[in-house]
Ligand binder design. Sequence first.
Ligand code: ATP
Ligand code: MG
Length: 398
Amino acid sequence: MTEPAAPTRNADAGVSGVPIVLDEVTKIFPGQDTPAVDRVSLELPAGRTTVFVGPSGCGKTTTMRMINRLIEPTSGTITIDGRDNRELDPDALRREIGYAIQASGLFPHMTVAQNIATVPKLLKWKKRRIAERVDEMLTLVGLDPADFRDRYPAQLSGGQQQRVGVARALAADPPVLLMDEPFGAVDPITRAALQDELIRLQDDLHKTIVFVTHDFNEAVKIGDRIAVLGPGSSVLQFDTPESILSHPADDTVAGFIGDDAALKTLTLRTVGDVALGEAPTARESESPHAFAGRLRASPDEWGVVLDDAGRPARWVRGDRVESMPDLRSGGQPVGGHVTVDSTLQEALDGLLSTASATTVVVDSSGAYRGTISIDDLVDELRRIKHHHAGAEQGSGPA
Ligand SMILES: Nc1ncnc2c1ncn2[C@@H]1O[C@H](COP(=O)(O)OP(=O)(O)OP(=O)(O)O)[C@@H](O)[C@H]1O
Ligand SMILES: [Mg+2]
């Protein structure tokens, strides 16, 4: 297997991350005979997100905490950007490694601003620089600084706490970010939103992120690389999500993925990646007569009426339009929609939960971009399966 993309992307000016190398790292906790982590060797590429996924108790947290030396290895070495982490002083470790954990781990007696300021303060930044950084971080994770900086953690929702946890981990602009099930404690919808947020941040920041999860779908969605770990953190497979899904190393990995590998690849593609349907559209101000004409000339049975801002408002049926007094009412509200950034998995979930065969697609401003249907998703699944079969011949990625 070759990796044509890796060196060029790592050479990007935008990459702020650094490589982390674990070499034969072992941890035996006092009083135990079996190692919690047994001779693990892994090279985590700079500027990429590597996900550790594996069953409870397999040593994910222990492995991660040895990177920032919250746990000292019994043997083996860990280098960060080529330097042995035992030679880095505590300040350097805090500067270089951000840490976010499940349930956010915020200090309850400190405000949001004080929480985010923790590491900059330890590093003795000037007050003004800290205050600016706090606001910058809150904005980055999608929270309004004026509204949130003086609140206490108990005055935040679970998802907001997680966002502050990520803001705190990023505050000193560390090249490395360790995230231990950071979104484990929130509901599935908030979780999906936080995952999207992390992907967006990482597109800009290019940190070296180590992300621990139990959830293989989450691993596939956010990982550039996935390390599937077994007992003692033994590395069962370390590869891209696509390769693991299409070529699981053994039965254990295959079992972990489940038997819907092609389905899971739906989390790898977004709605914007597929050809969207082009249902005819009309503005509310247009005459029903003109729209009826366009609909007759189209193979589509339904058209979409857009409001003045170009946002989809209602579905109307071609054979009913002519008799409508105007396009400002009537028809059926579009109900749910997906965005071009939604994964195909989310689009499928949306279609299945609304029980309609087609849904409208909007861009980030809410403007109409097209439609997507169950049939489009089924076609895409067929292509994915076909592609995986083709990849066996060694033809390489398209
Ligand atoms: N401080 C400790 N002292 C003794 N044993 C420990 C200690 N911390 C962890 N262990 C043991 O080491 C093993 C690995 O634990 P670890 O927390 O790394 O697992 P994990 O993969 O993160 O699990 P989970 O998915 O449940 O968080 C477990 O068997 C655990 O009981
Ligand atoms: Mg753990």
